[in-house]
Structure formats: structure tokens, C-alpha cells
Design a protein. Structure first.
Length: 326
């Protein structure tokens, strides 16, 4: 049996696998929950970022919550380092915070704001501002951090955030999501507004990976735990299609062994009627969470799919998704 956590844009959802179905239990109603991160060392400890409410922490799998009192209130990204347990939070306006005590106190990694490109950071729908869209601490090196600014670039630190390298060569500047391979040091992956990219040298440089896809507005990225050359992205035709609550014309794609991307079907609607905002790939399974609240799973690396049967509370949307073992 397994467990999923989701942020719906409004609430937090805990989904427990029970035979062929999943039981949904909502908390934090009307909170603006939009991102989350699970402590790799403790599946009961989960952090949620709220659109205007800061960071909340639960120590019982989402059944009760405390306010972690982050200095900024608009939280767009969260991460918990598998290397040292540090908690990271990214906000709008673009600021990056770290906690060494599970959110009891926070320090800002101010050097990020000293990058030469900062004056050009701008989020198109709100051009006067930008935000930290994604934070990816390396699971192999506690000092190695990747941070995506929407819209501004993919930044890298190799000294725990004391200093930063500006936008990395070959990466997409409109960063939507990032991932590290959990078992292969140096392998990292990006989904961005103009396509996808990967790195084999710890995020120092990146190689575009777009052949085989006719949609280049990529959003979510995840990687097969057993095969660093097998990874997945979701993609739409553009930002208005993806986020406009109409038909996103979206697909999920798989890339294996350096070959061109393959569009995945095998039971999925073609194209998907709602944007796949969240992909996760734990223990030989692949999950896709859609903007409509629907969840799909595959047990064969995306060759075939079934919709999850959901019982209990109703899911109206899925913006973020994570998985833990029960």
C-alpha cells in the first residue's frame, strides 16, 4: 500500500491506497495550497506552501498543521534535502529561504539576489515581479542546489547557497520544474517554457532534449528511479492553452536511452483534456495528476495507464504531487 500527497490550489490532499481504490482526505481548506515537500527521512512530515499564507508543517501526514512563520507569505516552491534534511522555501517576489530546524526558524540565502541577471527577472503575467518556481537540492551533495526563477533562469550553487552561478548554459530560462536522479550523481533534468533539458555534470551545463515532441511548453518532469536515461515530461502547446482552463492539447512524453521523445497513450485520453501539472515516478510506478483533479497511474513505465478510483473527499484540481511509502 502507498500514499500520495497533493496540493490542489485550495487544499491539501492525503490519498491512501486501499486495494483498487484510493481514499482522499482533505485538510487546509481554502488555504491556497499550491506546493509541497515531504521529508525523505519521515513520510509523516510534510510541508505545504500557500499562495498567501506562508509555509505549514504537519508531523502526522497532513492531519494537523502548524504555521512555520516564513518571512514572506507568497510561497511558490518547497524542497527538503535528502542529503541533510534542510528545508527550502521559494517565494514571490523572488527570495530563497532555508531552515535547519524543520521550519522553526529561517535564514535567507541572499546571494541569489546578487546575480547579474536579477534586474531582468520578470514573470510575464505580472511583469513587475518574479518568483522562485522550483528548488532542487542534490540528494547526493548537501551543498549543491539548483533553483529555477520564473522567468529568469536556472541558477546553481555548489557551496550551500553562499554564492551562485547565473543561468546555466543550455538550460531553459523559463524554469517550471527540476529533478535529480536519486541514485546517479550528476544527472539532473529540467522542464521549461521552451522545452526540456538534462545535465550529466551536476547542473553545470545542460543539453536540450526536444526531438520527437511537437509540444515544447513543458511543465512537469520526473525520472525513472532505476534508469537515469528514462525520464518523463508533460507538455502543452503554450501557456494560454496550459493554464487557460480550456483545452490544453496536452500529452505526457517519455525519453529513453537518448532516443527521441515518445508520446504516451496506452489508455490515456488523446490529447489529455486537462493539464498534467504533476508527475511522480516511485518504485516502478508512474503517477500523473491533472488540473481537473483526475489521477492516472502506470505500472510499466508509461506504456499503459489506468485512472485511479478515488473515494472520500473530492479533488477539484492537482497542482503538485508527491509520493511516500506507507
Amino acid at each position: 500500500m502507498a500514499r500520495l500527497y497533493a496540493a490542489t490550489g485550495d487544499s491539501f490532499a492525503r490519498l491512501e491506497e486501499a486495494g483498487d481504490a484510493w481514499t482522499v482526505e482533505l485538510s487546509l481548506p481554502r488555504s491556497g495550497a499550491q506546493c509541497l515537500a515531504v521529508d525523505p527521512a519521515d513520510p509523516e512530515t510534510v510541508f505545504v506552501g500557500l499562495r498567501e499564507g506562508g509555509v505549514r508543517r504537519s508531523g502526522d501526514g497532513g492531519r494537523s498543521w502548524i504555521d512555520c512563520e516564513l518571512p514572506e507569505r507568497a510561497v511558490f516552491s518547497l524542497a527538503v534535502s535528502a542529503a541533510d534534511g534542510a528545508v527550502y522555501a521559494g517565494t514571490e517576489p523572488s527570495r530563497l529561504f532555508r531552515s535547519r530546524d524543520m521550519g522553526e526558524s529561517w535564514g535567507e540565502l541572499q546571494a541569489l539576489l546578487e546575480l547579474p541577471s536579477r534586474s531582468r527577472w520578470s514573470f510575464p503575467p505580472r511583469p513587475w515581479t518574479s518568483h522562485v518556481r522550483w528548488i532542487a537540492p542534490s540528494p547526493h551533495d548537501a551543498d549543491l542546489l539548483l533553483v529555477g526563477i520564473e522567468l529568469g533562469g536556472l541558477m546553481r550553487s555548489s557551496d550551500g547557497g553562499e554564492s551562485w552561478q547565473d543561468h546555466r548554459p543550455g538550460a531553459q530560462p523559463d524554469v517550471h520544474s527540476l529533478a535529480w536522479h536519486p541514485h546517479t550523481p550528476g544527472r539532473a533534468y529540467e522542464a521549461g517554457g521552451g522545452g526540456a533539458a538534462f545535465s550529466t555534470n551536476g547542473g553545470e551545463t545542460w543539453e536540450p532534449a526536444d526531438e520527437g515532441r511537437d509540444r515544447h511548453y513543458t511543465w512537469s518532469v520526473t525520472v525513472d528511479r532505476d534508469d537515469p536515461a528514462c525520464w518523463y515530461v508533460s507538455a502543452s502547446t503554450g501557456p494560454f492553452a496550459a493554464h487557460g482552463r480550456g483545452d490544453p492539447q496536452a500529452y505526457i512524453y517519455r525519453r529513453r536511452g537518448g532516443r527521441p521523445w515518445q508520446q504516451l497513450a496506452g489508455g490515456l485520453p488523446e490529447p489529455l483534456p486537462a493539464m498534467p501539472y504533476a508527475l511522480v515516478a516511485p518504485e516502478r510506478r508512474l503517477f500523473a495528476g491533472l488540473a481537473s483533479g483526475q489521477l492516472w497511474k502506470s505500472g510499466d513505465r508509461g506504456d499503459s495507464w489506468t485512472a485511479l478510483q478515488l473515494d472520500g473527499d473530492s479533488l477539484d484540481a492537482i497542482l503538485a504531487l508527491d509520493h511516500v511509502a506507507s
